[in-house]
Design a protein around this ligand. Sequence first.
Ligand code: NDP
Length: 513
Amino acid sequence: MPETTRTKTNLHALDIRSPHDCGVVIFGASGDLTKRKLLPAFYNLFVDGILPKHFIIIGFARSEMTNEVFQELARQAINEFSRRPIDQGKWNEFASRLYYHRGHYDEPDSFHSLQKLQSERHNNFRSGKNWLYYLATPPSAYGDIGACLKQTGLAEDHDAGEHWSRLVVEKPIGRDLDSATKLNRSLAASFDESQTYRIDHYLGKETVQNILVMRFANGIFEPLWNHNHIDHVQITVSETGGLDRRGGYYEDIGALRDMVQNHLLQLLCLTAMEPPHNLGADAIRDEKRQILEALRPISSEQTNQYAVRGQYGEGLVKGSAVIGYRAAEKVAEESQTETFVALKCYIDNWRWSGVPFYLRTGKRLPKQCAEISIFFRGVPPILFNANPSKPVAPNVLSIRIQPNEGIALEIGSKVPGPHVAVRPVSLDFGYSSVYPAGTPEAYERLLLDVMLGDATLFMRRDEVEAAWSFITPILDGWSKQPINDFPNYMAGSWGPATADELLFRDGRRWRRL
Ligand code: NDP
């Protein structure tokens, strides 16, 4: 059971919980994710007094590095990416808990020496026999690492479950249903599902967790949350950025795998799921899986009817000229990789019968944002809505996940004056004005949850595979159709014209963000 916090924290969202003493081994510790997310997140948890008293991090990778070099790498990473600046006193203490172990991911000897280091440090720091193993390497190394951990006896919980061993896995989990199933099977050969934490960092965002609070802690929304009152739902996750040094990775993946299979479908699940019977990890994940299973399949033959793909050419983003996708480093001249996707989905269950969910995501779009918009049905065509050429705008509830996190409800209001004119106005709640202390980074929350053994915000194996079951036929459909029109949208625009047509055909349009 988690302990209660010994130290007062200003991180309101992470209050009253602090894990038992433990250590962390980060595989791939020389890489980008470690620098950008993991080390800054651990540092912030440390500064907030949330990490246990006895805590160490061992970075494991093939690169040659001493402890001191690893500590310096961490200092630079925290300087650059942490939400808090370095405090010299805290930093010295944090740095003294950082170690580096050079090894190979597929050599048992490297794991025996890791084990030796763990027990030496355990004696020094009493970080317990609880270990969190973070796979921050490309997925091709996951199987080997899992097998070596198992072989060395590091993968097992000890002392009748009193001491734990947990595995954190990053996306992508596979590139289609088949490979995801194989990867999950290979992880399961070393770690039990109850020890496995699949990260989708979107689920660590406060605003995403707030979707369930908004739906199930407020009496006014739930009665309206169904096909009787909701016309359609739009989910947009747009990025202004391009490849950001990750050309080799992205070229082989594309937007459907990189964003839709995980982040957008998770947002859809939270928006659409039934109330869970409790707030436990499995109750919530059971409901999410039911939504994924209720998604109406888009067969390869129907792909063009329900899915749009795009790739950006050169253009202007926020006033600066940018190159097209195909001109980026490590991208093929005739690349067929999609940097934009729009989908129209249906959830074939009672609640959502006939309600389309439109999803879109892309790179080099005009705005960096993530938002869920619930469009309610319009009022009858009488009274204020009697003139068909000037329909009254529907009520829209928008959940802003980032930036400017908050929730807004658009309602019709009378424009002051002698004439009767109705104009939409917004009732707006902004997180930062109500909670000025700010919210923790998603990785902080998620790493803490792993240490506490709370799997609620992590994807279970069956969820991941259900998501791939929906996505894989679309990938198959696309693979059968050569693309002749890429690039088909200018950087800085809202994607290809076909994405607009997807909604025009239904008499709708994308919300202006
Ligand atoms: P990197 O490409 O930076 O790789 C991390 C480390 O893994 C490298 O420093 C290298 O360390 C080792 N490595 C690289 N290639 C291989 C290989 N072919 N086989 C074995 N080891 C290799 O990855 P990231 O840090 O960017 O990402 C790590 C994981 O997290 C990936 O699965 C990625 O998809 C995922 N991810 C990353 C995000 C990010 O922002 N970077 C965001 C979301 C997910 P060494 O050679 O020293 O052993």
